[in-house]
Design a protein. Structure first.
Length: 256
């Protein structure tokens, strides 16, 4: 029987259970609250995908929007949302652990570091195509906006689509603020542990930024795209790395 993952939107009495006080507790709670909001954004992206799929399946007379624009193919829609379910499942699965950082900050390392390779793969796969997918969203912006109005969704698709990139790059900022507050706090806090998590998390964000740059160049013809990065002799190797999500190890070797 498939295990059903349940995550709760509400707090689990973090403040009552936390051994921390004042500003440090607030920054811990902020990390939990923003993670919860991010999951809600991923849920909204999933709802967008399901809505658009339903529009394709529906009889033209029953669609929310009269007609689907010519050129907005099923393949383009599938490409845009392809990696959203994996991101959503990952963050929902680990949110119960993440939620407990208000009482034990070292649990951040449990989520961000022990799952580092999976995070690299999930976000690498999403971000490498993000630039080209945003182009498609902008091309059919009027259609998606009309669909949003009819479905009464809170955010526009082009706004919510960039939240994965925003979230993954926000983790180091939260940790930096956590360290600043911890250094002034009277609570007993393992600051060195947080610094270690920060260093490893910055490696992750460094990787995804490089993937984002590669994704922007990827819109060029393939031969220009590959040679721009590494040169003609290893362009095939580079393209293969992108396709199987092995860029992290490769970038590390290139930089040494």
């Amino acid at each position: 029987m498939e295990k059903k993952i349940i995550w709760r939107k509400e707090s689990i009495n973090e403040e009552n259970e936390s051994r921390f006080t004042g500003s440090f507790y607030k920054i811990l709670k902020e990390s939990v609250d923003t993670e919860r909001k991010y999951i809600q954004d991923l849920v909204l992206l999933s709802k967008y995908y399901q809505l658009i799929v339903d529009e394709y399946k529906a009889d033209p007379s029953e669609r929310l929007v009269d007609s689907i624009p010519e050129g907005l193919t099923k393949t383009k829609i599938k490409t845009i949302f392809h990696h959203v379910p994996s991101l959503l499942n990952f963050h929902q699965e680990h949110f119960p652990e993440f939620q407990q950082v208000t009482s034990e900050p070292k649990l951040i390392s449990q989520v961000l570091l022990k799952k580092k390779n999976k995070i690299l793969r999930l976000y690498g796969d999403f971000i490498i195509n993000m630039s080209s997918n945003i182009d498609v969203i902008q091309e059919f912006e009027a259609y998606f906006d009309e669909l949003r109005d009819k479905a009464d969704f809170e955010q526009r698709l082009n706004s919510v689509f960039i939240t994965p990139m925003q979230r993954i790059t926000r983790y180091p900022l939260l940790l930096i603020n956590m360290i600043k507050v911890a250094e002034k706090s009277t609570d007993k806090i393992d600051i060195e542990m947080i610094k270690d998590v920060l260093a490893k998390t910055q490696e992750i964000t460094g990787y995804v930024n490089k993937v984002k740059e590669a994704g922007a160049i990827k819109k060029l013809p393939v031969r220009y795209y590959a040679t721009f990065i590494l040169g003609a002799k290893i362009q095939t190797f580079f393209i293969r790395l992108i396709s199987v999500g092995e860029l992290w190890d490769f970038w590390s070797k290139v930089e040494k």
